[in-house]
Design a protein around this ligand. Structure first.
Ligand code: FAD
Length: 422
């Protein structure tokens, strides 16, 4: 790309986590200014608030990568500025950016398909995203967010990798609390190696600790769980993918001792005294293609807490077209938003894959496309326009108390780590 021209562009990037920061790295390397707006103080996204805190080494390493990409003279970071709350799409378009990129991830939990069940959020019903956020941050002395209850006999509804993390959190918390009652303090690092090993070491069983455990309910079979990215295009690949999925589930169950109920679809709720106290499931007949509910096969399962972990969707942004709860794009090569000339989308917000490598790869792919096909055909911005955009961004930075020194800001605002408290 012609550097003389590329220096005449300014791109607005919403979300500076894995996907956003990688796109920014590629664009700034070509001399393009990037104004990165993030809803949070730090742009660490699901690395900080999704990936459970036992992945502390991976979290620190990924956050260091994000920080390195963001610490560039052509990056103008605007913290705590959420698109659709603090700044609106119409206003963003009036700044006359060369392009706008959404790297906002998928933060909206898919609704549990049970009529009016969302009336019971916080009253027996939790969704995965706020639940894991709480788990990752609850140890911080300054934490003031919503508190969640860990209850024995909880129902978890899901089937993907994130739902396995949810059952793992519940089991670790239940066992940690019971061992603490007996004066035994076990670190999260040790817990992460397997509850089975800790119980064996102390010659204890879940039963002896008075724990029944939680249960993961999935509408299909273990072999259908979306737990691996293996290809399933030939009979051999299909057989291998099924075996891998079963092996992953089996490993988790062996180590974290939860129960698994396949072929159970949630269809109704049980409510007592204004609180959700259980779920009515219908059994299903499942195969490779999907599942059908079996009429008259309803099963009532009582539980103090139900956690839904059935997937995350991007949050709707006023002014940007959506279709089936996801952003509407022209094509997968450019990921340009339908009907727009210069609005693009990258990462988890469009791939739907909750995976670090996928978000990174996608940001590389789209930034390469933009550099090759989009910017060369864009009219360069005048020096005055560039200065005006950067002046506006600086004004917002000042409002947030950000002085432009990204690394200092990151150091100052990195939350207190659990490891530093043990
Ligand atoms: C429980 C759990 C376990 C996981 N485990 C793994 C794992 O083991 N391995 C793995 O590879 N992946 C795992 N993932 C998934 C992985 O963390 C994510 O897929 C990946 O980090 C997504 O990166 P992203 O940049 O696309 O999106 P995000 O990390 O979601 O980043 C989006 C950014 O946009 C910002 N933002 C959102 N909305 C707005 C807005 N309106 N305005 C401004 N800013 C906004 C957010 O603050 C955030 O910084 C897990 C996820 C979860 C939830």
């Amino acid at each position: 790309m012609n550097t003389a021209n590329s220096e005449k562009h300014v791109v607005a990037v919403f979300g500076g986590a894995v996907a956003g920061s990688e796109l920014v790295k590629q664009l700034t390397a070509q001399g393009i200014h990037c104004v990165v707006f993030d809803q949070n103080i730090l742009p660490h996204g699901k690395i900080e608030d999704g990936l459970p805190k036992w992945h502390s080494k991976q979290r620190d390493s990924e956050e260091n990568h994000i920080n390195e990409r963001m610490n560039h003279p052509l990056v103008h970071f605007v913290p705590q500025c959420k698109l659709g709350r603090d700044i609106f799409f119409k206003e963003v378009m009036s700044w006359n950016f060369s392009a706008v990129v959404l790297a906002t991830g998928a933060w909206k939990d898919r609704s549990l398909p049970v009529p009016e069940i969302d009336d019971y959020i916080g009253k027996g019903l939790y969704y995965q995203n706020p639940f894991v956020y709480w788990y990752n941050h609850k140890h911080e002395p300054a934490f003031t967010g919503t508190q969640f209850e860990i209850a024995d006999n909880s129902i978890v509804i899901g089937g993907g990798l994130a739902s396995l993390d949810v059952v793992k959190i519940i089991m670790i918390e239940l066992v940690t609390a019971k061992l603490k009652e007996r004066g035994m303090l076990v670190s999260l690092v040790e817990m992460n190696h397997g509850i089975n090993k800790i119980l064996a070491k102390h010659k204890l069983t879940l039963e002896e600790l008075g724990i029944a455990g939680c249960t993961l309910y999935y509408r299909r079979r273990d072999e259908d769980m979306p737990l691996s990215h293996l290809a399933a295009d030939t009979p051999e690949h299909i057989a291998k993918a099924k075996m891998t999925r079963q092996k992953i589930l089996n490993n988790y169950q062996t180590k974290f001792l939860f129960r698994f109920e396949p072929c159970m679809a949630p269809v109704d709720k049980i409510v007592e005294n204004g609180k959700l106290t259980g779920i009515i499931f219908r059994r299903t007949q499942a195969d490779e293609k999907g599942c059908v509910e079996i009429a008259g096969s309803e099963v009532v399962i009582k539980s103090p807490v139900v956690i839904s972990s059935i997937g995350s969707l991007p949050e709707h942004v006023e002014g940007i077209s959506t279709s089936n709860s996801t952003f509407k794009i022209e094509d997968e090569t450019s990921c340009r938003i339908s009907g727009s000339a210069n609005v693009f989308i990258v990462g988890n917000a469009v791939t739907g894959k909750g995976n670090i490598a996928d978000s990174l790869h996608h940001a590389k792919q789209i930034s390469a496309w933009m550099l090759q096909h989009f910017f060369p055909n864009q009219t360069p911005l005048t020096e005055e326009k560039i200065s005006e955009i950067i002046r506006r961004a600086t004004q917002l930075q000042v409002q947030k108390g950000y002085d432009g020194n990204y690394l200092n800001w990151a150091k100052l605002h990195t939350p207190i780590r659990l490891e530093s408290m043990v």
